[in-house]
Design a protein around this ligand. Structure first.
Ligand code: HEC
Ligand code: HEC
Length: 292
């Protein structure tokens, strides 16, 4: 907040407290005439000129003092952070530390159980499911079946590898796919041809002549990551192109789009967000999805 607005807020808040106090004093002036009416009369109801009852007057004074105390202790006066240094972030951190201390051991008990064994532990998998819904479902879907650009975690295809340790590495550090955009290297015709060849890899019906020219481009530009047979390479997160599982859609148009413009799927890292114990349980949960 700029110091101008900070000052404006301080003047406004303290000014209105002062105004309350002054109005209170004006209404409580000593020249009241107790027992006499002010002359105001409405439908037979008369207004008397009595002072405020003392408990009421001191009640107002108490609220003003409370307000001043509150504004000194908590943030409220512009940029002044209050004597307590309270912030929402501080409070969240304290609450998180308390929660970690209380619930941490529940997650830690599975720390040393290998992922392949953990997958058959119902209590751990129930926990994994809840962690998944809270942290992963936004992208991979509640049933982990994914959507365009977000891989299905329940099928047998893995971009980066489907064994327990690799899944755990994926969750810990995240992954960044680098499928180059080929529109600057290959002509539109070349891209049409290589698309045709890619389609042929999964047994789709294609134009033979186009596909065979496409194969030459594939061998030159694509095998480094997708492998000579197009079966993919987990080291690069390069998908297998020979089955009917497509991250970006299976239509000819979509496949051509990916080849033209590339793909940079980004899986966030969760180590610092969730801690390694929760990641371990989640890795086992993801592993179990592929097994059922
Ligand atoms: C540097 C490594 C690399 C090279 C070279 C490369 N790719 Fe890829 N490709 C990838 C990666 C990684 C992905 C996954 C992208 C993602 O996850 O966002 C991918 C994805 C794809 C897809 C989408 C697959 C799907 O499931 O939707 C197609 C199609 C594809 N590549 C074709 C090609 C073709 C054709 C070439 C050569 C012209 C090529 N790639 C060259 C790494 C590469
Ligand atoms: C912001 C979206 C997002 C969130 C949240 C997210 N993911 Fe991902 N995840 C992705 C994307 C995108 C990819 C694919 C990366 C690529 O293209 O290579 C991916 C890839 C993966 C992979 C690798 C799949 C393979 O085939 O190798 C696993 C496993 C995974 N996610 C599990 C999880 C789990 C478990 C969580 C929750 C802790 C999670 N993801 C949260 C977007 C997300």
């Amino acid at each position: 907040m700029s110091s101008f607005f900070s000052a404006l807020i301080i003047v406004g808040v303290l000014g209105s407290l002062l105004a309350f106090f002054l109005i209170l004093q004006m209404n409580n002036r000593t020249n009241n005439k107790p027992g006499q009416t002010t002359g105001h009369n409405y439908d037979g109801i008369e207004e008397y000129d009595n002072p405020l009852p003392a408990w009421w007057y001191w009640g107002f004074i108490a609220t003003i003092i409370f307000g001043l105390g509150y504004l000194a202790y908590y943030p409220g006066l512009g940029n002044f952070s209050g004597l307590s240094n309270w912030t929402q972030i501080n409070q969240l951190e304290v609450e998180q530390a308390v929660a970690d201390e209380r619930y941490g051991p529940i997650f830690a008990q599975y720390r040393d159980i290998p992922i392949d064994t953990l997958t058959s532990n119902p209590a751990a998998m129930k926990m994994g499911h809840r962690l998944f819904i809270n942290n992963c479902a936004v992208c991979h879907g509640a049933a982990a079946t994914g959507s365009l650009g977000f891989p299905n975690l329940t099928d047998e295809e893995w971009l980066w590898g489907g064994d327990g340790t690799t899944i755990e590495t994926t969750l810990r550090h995240g992954r960044n796919a680098m499928m180059p955009a080929w529109s600057s290297v290959l002509s539109n015709q070349d891209i049409k041809e290589v698309t045709e060849y890619v389609l042929s890899l999964s047994g789709r019906e294609v134009g033979a002549a186009l596909a065979s020219s496409g194969q030459a481009h594939f061998m030159t530009y694509c095998t480094m990551c997708h492998g000579p047979e197009g079966k993919g390479q987990a080291m690069f997160g390069a998908p297998n192109l020979t089955n009917d599982i497509w991250l970006y859609g299976n239509s000819r148009a979509r496949i051509e789009q990916v080849i033209k413009h590339g793909g940079n799927g980004a899986m966030p890292s969760f180590e610092s967000r969730l801690g390694s114990d929760k990641v371990h349980i989640l890795a086992a949960y993801v592993k179990s999805l592929g097994e059922s």
